[in-house]
Design a protein around this ligand. Structure first.
Ligand SMILES: C[S@@+](CC[C@H](N)C(=O)[O-])C[C@H]1O[C@@H](n2cnc3c(N)ncnc32)[C@H](O)[C@@H]1O
Ligand code: SF4
Length: 429
């Protein structure tokens, strides 16, 4: 929507459209198609590969570009997809000249089978933004919200698995409050009801050397007055960037939930992940939510290459102690360019928990160690909620399918990074 807004402004006599459905016939009639891809899986997605081939076959003059979070690893994209180039990083300031063909800054492309990467040195200041809003935005549903609203970019964390600081950096850049309010009012007119605020860690809004609680509270108070408290959520929080005032604000101006990145109940794994917090800090931050009457969920990662059975059991113990209102489990995904990606590349496949069959009951169900832990922890989290959930056959099956799917996806991504090992290492990732 942001890039759409930039293009609409700079190509006044051109029809700029945001298209969700890759089968939309408008794509065939377009001069330029920009694919905004946010997951490594998109690069190996057969439908996306097929789309680029069909577009190129049917229209010899078409230009196809890829942008979005995957642009952090352009070499893989250029070798896997039939596209003209990759628009690197934050494209607001570079895309217009790239499309016009007047500059290659921030563009990666293939020339005589050689990869040319022209770094993007232009960081947008986020001071003004005119987004292009699709008419059907009100029917979009991303985990219950019509839209995830960006309030700032960057994160101070060093978490080895996370793409946020890799892509946006560690310097926090925040959007002016007026810009955000203006956008939310416009979005509301287009039918948006439910908004979730994203940005890695919500309370880092306007962080400058330290948390700016007043600005954060002002932000959520104002958004709440436009949307209503039940339509606003700020789920993503880091345990060491909350306090009583912030949590009271979350309770008073939003649906009253936070989701911490807890990751593990083992201090060793938290250290390996460079999470920068301890098990004790995690437990204290959960307790603080209870004291402030805020519901608290936790995100966990299983199948980290160094996670042992003992580490995993500590995570199960943690969940018993913490009694979280919701537990979200992911298998460690080696996103290219992250430290976790390096670690996975250094780990032999026969020592990688996402490839080894579980030796116990989950192995008999055909699951790997990572998949077994994902399924087991999801069930365990439900059983240790303040109001425990009964694990029916149906619920078990849902988690089984989800865990298996995650495992398959992680193996696809791992095979991809192995295939491009030399590129990833060569570029100093
Ligand atoms: C809930 S938010 C994190 C909130 C907050 N910034 C923090 O660190 O506490 C994002 C969560 O997605 C999950 N996640 C992010 N990158 C991942 C990856 N590469 N593999 C698996 N899970 C990942 C982690 O559990 C992470 O905590
Ligand atoms: S997991 Fe959270 S704290 Fe860590 S780098 Fe990512 S967004 Fe930042």
């Amino acid at each position: 929507m942001i890039i759409g807004g930039v293009l609409k402004k700079n190509f006044k006599n051109t029809d700029v459209k945001l298209i969700k459905d890759i089968n939309n016939s408008l794509l065939l009639k377009s001069d330029v198609v920009i694919l905004s891809l946010y997951s490594t899986l998109h690069i190996v997605d057969k439908n996306i590969k097929n789309l680029t081939e069909v577009l190129k076959n049917k229209n010899k003059n078409i230009k196809i570009y890829v942008g979005g979070p995957v642009s952090a690893y352009p070499s893989i994209i250029l070798k896997e997809l039939n596209v003209d180039g990759v628009i690197l990083g934050e494209g607001e300031l570079t895309i217009t000249d790239i499309i016009k063909g007047s500059s290659d800054e921030g563009l990666a492309y293939l020339e005589n089978d050689e990869i040319v990467i022209n770094p993007n040195r232009k960081l947008p200041d986020l001071e003004s933004e005119d987004i292009l809003i699709p008419k059907d935005i009100g029917s979009q549903n991303i985990r219950g919200a019509n839209i995830y609203l960006e309030t700032h970019r960057g994160c101070l964390g060093h978490c080895t698995f996370c793409q946020v600081p890799k892509f946006f950096g560690r310097n926090i850049r925040s959007k002016p409050l007026e810009v955000i309010i203006d956008q939310v009012k416009k979005l509301k007119k287009y039918g948006v009801k439910k908004v979730a605020v994203s940005g890695g860690t919500g309370s880092l809004y306007n962080f400058k050397k330290k948390l700016n609680k007043d600005m954060f509270l002002d932000l959520i108070e104002k958004l709440s007055s436009i949307l209503g408290k039940n339509n606003l959520s700020i789920p993503d929080m880091r345990v060491d960037y909350v306090d009583e005032d912030i949590l009271n604000g979350i309770r008073d101006y939003t649906i009253g939930w936070v989701f911490y990145g807890i990751e593990s109940g083992s201090d060793k794994i938290l250290k390996d992940m460079k999470k920068g917090v301890s098990v004790e800090k995690n437990l204290n931050a959960i307790k603080l939510c209870r004291d402030c009457n805020v519901k608290v969920g936790g995100s966990f990662i299983v199948g980290y290459p160094t996670e042992t059975e003992t580490d995993y059991l500590l995570t199960k113990d943690f969940i018993v102690d913490a009694e979280l209102d919701s537990v979200f489990v992911s298998i460690a995904e080696p996103i290219p360019t992250t430290e976790l990606c390096d670690l996975v590349l250094k780990t032999p496949i026969d020592k990688n928990p996402s490839f080894i069959r579980d030796k116990g009951k989950y192995g008999r169900l055909g699951l790997t160690i990572s998949e077994g832990r994902c399924l087991d922890l999801s069930i365990h989290g439900n059983m240790w909620k303040p109001n425990p959930v009964i694990i029916t056959k149906k619920l078990f099956h849902t988690y089984y399918i989800e865990s298996k799917k995650q495992g398959e996806d992680i193996r696809k991504i791992t095979n991809l990074i192995y295939k491009y090992k030399s590129h990833l290492c060569e570029n100093g990732f």
